[in-house]
Design a protein around this ligand. Structure first.
Ligand SMILES: C[S@@+](CC[C@H](N)C(=O)[O-])C[C@H]1O[C@@H](n2cnc3c(N)ncnc32)[C@H](O)[C@@H]1O
Length: 374
């Protein structure tokens, strides 16, 4: 069994695999929504701190078929969970099932929890309590077609919760999706990025953090692995020290964001300040219809509204027309990448895409399309 699994939204495992290999972990295997990788705990700390694309990192410990509660209970007993926490700490079980004889996920979670706490009772005469908010040990069990996969979480809060985004406007992108878009666009990390519908600034803040080598986990003070028995604090501190030593403080170019909504731009500025990148991003209010490049060359990466709410589509259609007009007339020679969850609106751009990726923004299937403006 591979030692760890980095989980990501569907469509992102290719760029996630490259990212993990880039962290010096060559032994990887990608699946639809994640990447298995072989490393030691220090490598796990490193991926948790540095992965911009993973949603979380887990340690797979059991795979088994099961058709009833006893099957679950007996299989869970095969792994020793007392090695992760003491009986005075807390735990939580997250369960999900699809097309299984066991269809109640609360029942599944209860059976897993029962087996684990019975191991503690037998060894210590007492058991960990359940904490649904901030458990020391989070167990994840997923069943599909009666095959179950059980893992131990190492991340705690999801890794896209970097800590800089305390406020956001409507439909913000998750931070790891924004980072994955920049990776899929093969942005060179050496040229300006413009987002003319920047909302709370996620794409630009992620780009600036990448360019300045600021580790995405550097603002967090807690990861799941820290509360486990055997946490090697000195190794973690060395991983953090190394990351800090590689941070840049300045860049020879800037990032540019605009949005029609002044309130959301204020949030973007505050988010950028918390991320430590406000000095390299210029935010300016304005409609996409009048947006102009501030520099001769760079990359446009943007995420216009999709018009998913009833009645929104007509308003949103005009935004796509304005975006198309601006790109055709003012961004000649530039490449633009657009993420949209609305096929019809994309057609309205009347531009020919030269590359395409499919991914998910939450539950919405999206296209991420490249346009070369001549
Ligand atoms: C889907 S949101 C972008 C979210 C952003 N990527 C984030 O992570 O926060 C679309 C943004 O387009 C902006 N917008 C709508 N119409 C616009 C227009 N005509 N010109 C410029 N921005 C516009 C909205 O204010 C909103 O912030």
């Amino acid at each position: 069994m591979p030692s760890f699994l980095a989980i990501c939204p569907k469509g992102l495992s290719e760029v996630l695999e490259k990212e993990i290999q880039g962290l010096g972990i060559p032994s990887t295997q990608k699946i639809a929504a994640g990447v298995f990788f072989d490393t030691n705990w220090e490598g796990c700390y490193k991926v948790n701190l540095h992965s911009r694309i993973a949603s979380r990192v887990v340690k797979p410990v059991l795979d088994f078929p099961a058709y009833n509660g006893d099957d679950i209970y007996n299989n869970v007993l095969q792994h020793d969970f007392t090695k992760y926490i003491s009986p005075d700490q807390t735990l939580k079980v997250d369960a999900a099932v699809k097309e299984c004889a066991i269809h109640d996920q609360r029942f599944l979670a209860m059976k897993v929890k029962d087996a684990i706490v019975d191991q503690f009772r037998e060894k210590y005469g007492r058991r960990p309590d359940v904490d649904n908010q901030r458990p020391a040990l989070r167990i994840i069990i997923q069943g599909r077609k009666n095959e179950f996969h059980l893992s131990v979480d190492t991340s705690g809060d999801a890794l896209y919760m970097r800590g800089y985004r305390l406020e956001a406007g409507d439909a913000p992108l998750k931070e790891n999706l924004a980072a994955a878009l920049l990776a899929m666009a093969e942005w060179d990390k050496q040229s300006p990025v413009i987002d003319p519908l920047c909302g709370s600034g996620t794409i630009l803040i992620e780009a600036a953090m990448m360019a300045m080598n600021i580790a995405p986990g550097s603002l967090r003070n807690r990861f799941g692995f820290m509360s486990m028995i055997g946490f090697e604090k000195d190794k973690w501190e060395a991983v953090v020290e190394e990351a800090i030593s590689q941070e840049k403080t300045e860049l020879p170019y800037l990032f540019y964001g605009s949005d029609i909504d002044r309130k959301v731009l204020k949030m973007a500025k505050d988010n950028a300040r918390r991320a430590g990148v406000d000095h390299v991003i210029e935010f300016k209010p304005g409609p996409v219809a009048t947006c102009e490049p501030q520099v001769p060359a760079g990359l446009v990466v943007t995420n216009p509204p999709y018009g998913v709410r009833l009645g929104d589509e007509e308003n949103v259609r005009d935004i796509y027309k304005d975006l198309s007009y601006t790109l055709k007339n003012r961004f000649k020679g530039w490449n633009a990448w657009i993420l949209s969850g609305n096929k019809d609106l994309i057609t309205d751009l009347k531009l020919k895409a030269t590359r395409r990726h499919f991914t998910y923004n939450g539950p919405i299937e999206c296209r991420f399309l490249k346009y070369e403006m001549f």
